[in-house]
Design a protein around this ligand. Structure first.
Ligand code: KIV
Length: 264
């Protein structure tokens, strides 16, 4: 695989080839996923849950993200590295640039922010400073205390319309990518068609340009009940390498996510 860049993903959207993404938080996981052809590694603030054992992403800090980014970059091979700006670290343009700069200098190639209508000025400012942004919309885990839980977003027409408009506005402000979490498949399809930038989905049906999962979930390492959108790729796999390879194959051929992993 040649080095994956934003241009690679834009070309894949154009040609209709699906791309894959998984989280990784250390060199071992980065090697595992990139060696199986995963195009985008997300150093997600989900590390608060799966690495630190916290019950949300809210306690994760910029220093935590920088540490894990440095670990991942040592073994990411040709995958593109996207990194979350953690909770409340991009409330103003100045704060966003200062924190995103630390994360880029740790090895990120794209930063991810959570939100919708209020983000365009921040996205535009980051882009002006040479920092590409992916905007995470729909169920945004940093806002769990506002939402009052982890719920599917965009089922009501008014909210669906505002998400479509936000996607268009975010593209106009310079967003490089969008990520949709836990939104009905039809809405995700509409948003993916409404913008030219690549759209990644998790719990958003199979019409988005790419798919992402938390690697610990798909390798069945996390205890307890899993969200509906997670598939256990270790079932039937002889190794984690085989499980990741199967995920890549199913995303590329459009068989993952199946209807049972999606919301209507
Ligand atoms: O932090 C994370 O792992 C994420 C994924 C759930 C998309 O944002």
């Amino acid at each position: 695989m040649a080095k994956v860049t934003l241009k690679t993903l834009a070309d894949m959207k154009q040609s209709g080839e699906k791309f894959t993404s998984l989280t990784a938080y250390d060199a071992t996981l980065a090697h595992l996923v990139s060696s199986q052809g995963v195009e985008v590694i997300l150093v997600g603030d989900s590390l608060g849950n799966v690495i630190q054992g916290k019950n949300s992403t809210v306690p994760v800090t910029v220093d935590d993200m920088c540490y894990h980014t440095r670990c991942v970059t040592r073994a990411a091979h040709d995958a593109m590295i996207m990194v979350d700006l953690p909770f409340a670290s991009y409330a103003t343009k100045e704060q966003a640039v200062a924190n995103a700069a630390k994360i880029m200098q740790a090895g990120a190639e794209v930063v991810k922010l959570e939100g919708e209508g209020w983000l365009p000025p921040i996205v535009a400012h980051l882009r002006q400073q040479g920092i590409p942004v992916c905007v995470h919309m729909g169920l945004t885990p940093q806002f769990v205390n506002v939402f009052g839980g982890y719920k599917v977003q965009g089922r009501e027409q008014e909210r669906a319309n505002s998400m479509i408009q936000a996607a268009i506005d975010l593209q106009a402000s310079g967003a490089a990518m969008l990520l949709l979490e836990c939104v009905p498949s039809d809405l995700a399809r509409e948003i993916t068609k409404a913008v030219d930038i690549p759209v990644i989905g998790i719990g958003a049906g199979n019409a988005t340009d790419g798919q992402i999962l938390v690697v610990h979930d798909m390798l069945h390492l996390t205890p307890g009940r899993k969200p509906k959108f997670v598939k256990n790729y270790m079932a039937g796999a002889a190794s984690p390498q085989e499980a990741v390879a199967q995920y890549v194959a199913e995303v590329k051929e459009g068989t993952f996510p199946a209807p049972e992993h999606s919301f209507n």
